[in-house]
Design a protein around this ligand. Structure first.
Ligand code: HEC
Ligand code: HEC
Ligand code: HEC
Ligand code: HEC
Ligand code: HEC
Ligand code: HEC
Ligand code: HEC
Ligand code: HEC
Length: 482
């Protein structure tokens, strides 16, 4: 272990100097100062964590410098690999952050090139690699849900790779996304053995929805700038309003390579409001919990025949999701009223409007649900039977023949779940949400279901009861989602 710090000390001393200079002048954006890896053996913290990632074959290796890597990975001497060339143009190269600061010392690898003596997949995708220096952002990321993993998708992919490997992992494994989605690997040709391997690696080595390297290309300037116009090596755009790419029927709907840094995963997963689909596919709602991009743009709900306000100023915010959810590049992904909403709203105005619209939307959803219950009670003598069949089956109920459920109810329940599953209850796109709830209610009017006054209901049922009922529906829908 100790030898790691042999010759490399010089390289690292230089890096440390850079680090001090950076610390002195306070860089790293609004997310706090950078901390450059400490070169002293035994120093606790992120560096020790990084060392623990290194493979056995790399123990005892010393640093050889980025120029040495270029001999084989530099596009020099007829080598095709352009990693070194791309890296030269990055801020990292400019600041002296070299190959070995992410891949570990390379002397043994140079002697006998192999994936066994250099930090590579799967552990290279760990955020620990970047956290050595980007401490504050790393801490933010740890606090976000992107640090976590939902195990079901990987477990399903292991037991049934042919079906679930190709659908779930693109969005539920940061590792899979880097190695498959970002490399343009054709999912249809991916072997089931490879899928199982990647799913196992996800659970064991990199159990995260998205790591730094999922969103950032570690080697290249990409030209996909941040909302304030900086090159931050993003793999995809922060702003994209191309609706055709998420239109129902488009090949990118299910497991998408949509060119949007958040919309690649936070999209409707095939949300399709057409009568044909609503009539045919009645087991479960045909959108996932991830329909935030669709909601922001206003696409994927049953819209009726009249005019519709598809989206508003919020869809046109320069960084879209990142402006609201990553104020000053904060990587917790929590929306902030203080910084994100200016200059359009004052913080107080944004908070007040959001509170108002949330109360309105939650109550309206509850009232819509009550109407569907009344219809089911009158039609089948059981108020639960308005719902999708797989959700009813979960409750031990026998679903009615779906031919007996009129299209109006099918449209209403699609919009109910579309709004519920986006989970913002308003701020993403209040006009579109209001429109979808109105259309749902008009459909129920057309089959003479009595109106329910949301505000009269609200005076009888508490907000927390309403919320827990809605949350229960969302959970049920999720567990039917496979
Ligand atoms: C879910 C995608 C995502 C993940 C995961 C992610 N980033 Fe980012 N990162 C972004 C986006 C988007 C921006 C640009 C934010 C903006 O426009 O304000 C950004 C900006 C940055 C910046 C520039 C900050 C500045 O001051 O301008 C750094 C540095 C950075 N990220 C490092 C990291 C590190 C380190 C990790 C892992 C701990 C990480 N990122 C994980 C999406 C991500
Ligand atoms: C003497 C030539 C040579 C030098 C010098 C060299 N590499 Fe390699 N490297 C290779 C070869 C060949 C492979 C492929 C090995 C294999 O597939 O088993 C490889 C593989 C890798 C991999 C794994 C790629 C994968 O597919 O998983 C990484 C990461 C890597 N090198 C990084 C580096 C870094 C960083 C340096 C400098 C410290 C470096 N290499 C120096 C020849 C070299
Ligand atoms: C900022 C950290 C960082 C730096 C600096 C860095 N890498 Fe990487 N490298 C990564 C990460 C993370 C991955 C895995 C993600 C990916 O492939 O995009 C990776 C992947 C690789 C791979 C495997 C790619 C493949 O196609 O199989 C090679 C080879 C490689 N790096 C070589 C280098 C060389 C050579 C340098 C220096 C010129 C370098 N890296 C600099 C973080 C870094
Ligand atoms: C050895 C320290 C070190 C490591 C490891 C490291 N970085 Fe950096 N990173 C820096 C420094 C230094 C800068 C330049 C900061 C500046 O000038 O504002 C930087 C800048 C950046 C930027 C902003 C680019 C810009 O133009 O401002 C991004 C994005 C980034 N790093 C992402 C990553 C990611 C992703 C990883 C892991 C794959 C990583 N870094 C690993 C030290 C490091
Ligand atoms: C298009 C990308 C995408 C695909 C494909 C996808 N998911 Fe998701 N899923 C997400 C996102 C994004 C979230 C988080 C949404 C949120 O928090 O609102 C999520 C949330 C979940 C949750 C809820 C976690 C919780 O506790 O709230 C479960 C469970 C889940 N997905 C399972 C699956 C399974 C199983 C599959 C494959 C059949 C799958 N997902 C396919 C993007 C996707
Ligand atoms: C590689 C796929 C992927 C990308 C890219 C991605 N996310 Fe996520 N995101 C997920 C998954 C999966 C979850 C749910 C994780 C969990 O619940 O454990 C999630 C969770 C979230 C949550 C937390 C939801 C909650 O339940 O509290 C927010 C907010 C979020 N993402 C915003 C963003 C933003 C903003 C971006 C773009 C900068 C982004 N995500 C990019 C997959 C992704
Ligand atoms: C106009 C600002 C704004 C934009 C743009 C925006 N969001 Fe949100 N988002 C919010 C607010 C506000 C909430 C509610 C947060 C709360 O309840 O505290 C929210 C809620 C969420 C949630 C539910 C979980 C949570 O954190 O409460 C997710 C997931 C999410 N947004 C993801 C996204 C994604 C992905 C995008 C881009 C497609 C996006 N948002 C665009 C402001 C925005
Ligand atoms: C680029 C400007 C811009 C930004 C940034 C922005 N908004 Fe808005 N927002 C608007 C406009 C324009 C309207 C609609 C006009 C109106 O109602 O006055 C609006 C309306 C709203 C509404 C009312 C919806 C309704 O119809 O009841 C809420 C809630 C809201 N914004 C919340 C937020 C939150 C929270 C943030 C930050 C996280 C935010 N906005 C960021 C421009 C913006």
């Amino acid at each position: 272990m100790k030898k790691i710090f042999g010759k490399g000390l010089i390289v690292l001393a230089a890096a440390l100097l850079v680090g001090w200079i950076i610390a002195l002048y306070g860089c790293g954006g609004g997310a706090g100062p950078l901390r450059v890896a400490a070169p002293t053996p035994g120093v606790p913290g992120l560096t020790a964590e990084f060392e623990s990632l290194l493979p056995e074959g790399q123990r005892g290796a010393t640093f050889i410098g980025s120029e040495a890597c270029a001999d084989c990975h530099g596009g020099r001497q007829g080598q095709p690999e352009p990693v070194y060339v791309a890296w030269r143009r990055t801020k990292h190269a400019e600041k002296g952050v070299g190959c070995e600061q992410c891949h570990g010392p390379g002397s043994r690898h140079r002697e006998n090139p192999s994936g066994q003596n250099i930090l590579t997949f799967p552990k290279i995708v760990s955020s620990v690699v970047c956290g050595q220096c980007h401490g504050p952002i790393y801490q933010d990321w740890l606090a976000s849900k992107h640090d976590q993993i939902i195990r079901t998708p990987s477990e399903l992919a292991i037991t049934n790779p042919a079906v679930y490997g190709r659908t779930c992992l693109q969005c539920h494994s940061g590792l899979f996304r880097i190695q498959v989605g970002e490399r343009g690997v054709n999912l249809a040709t991916l072997s089931t053995e490879r899928i199982v391997e990647l799913a196992n690696q996800t659970l064991d080595a990199a159990p995260h929805a998205a790591t730094c390297a999922t969103c950032h290309d570690p080697h290249r300037n990409t030209g996909n700038l941040s909302d304030d116009g900086k090159e931050v090596q993003l793999r995809h755009l922060v702003f994209n309003t191309d609706l055709s790419a998420i239109d129902p029927g488009s090949p990118v709907t299910e497991h998408t390579n949509f060119n949007h840094i958040c919309g690649q995963c936070h999209n409707g997963r095939g949300a399709d409001p057409s009568d044909a689909t609503l009539t045919r596919a009645t087991a479960r709602p045909n959108m996932h919990d991830s329909n935030q991009f669709n909601m922001l743009m206003g696409i994927g709900g049953v819209e009726g025949t009249g005019p519709v306000i598809r989206n508003t100023a919020h869809a046109q915010i320069p960084g879209q999701c990142s402006t609201c959810h990553m104020p000053r590049s904060r990587h917790t992904m929590t929306a902030s009223y203080d910084i994100s909403c200016t200059p359009c709203h004052t913080p107080a105005d944004a908070a007040a409007r959001t509170a108002t619209v949330k109360a309105e939307v939650e109550t309206a959803l509850y009232a819509l649900r009550r109407r569907m219950e009344q219809w089911a009670q009158a039609t089948f003598g059981d108020n639960a039977l308005w719902d999708y069949t797989a959700l009813l089956a979960q409750e031990g109920k026998t679903p009615p023949d779906q031919a007996q459920v009129p299209i109006q109810v099918k449209r209403a329940r699609h919009n109910y779940y579309f709004v519920l599953r986006d989970r913002c209850f308003g701020p993403h796109n209040a006009p579109y949400i209001r429109h979808l709830i109105r259309v749902a209610n008009e459909n129920l009017d057309a089959i003479n279901v009595p109106r329910v006054n949301p505000w009269a209901l609200a005076s009888r049922v508490s907000r927390s009861e309403i919320r827990s009922l809605l949350e229960r529906d969302r959970r049920r829908a999720l567990s039917a989602d496979h």
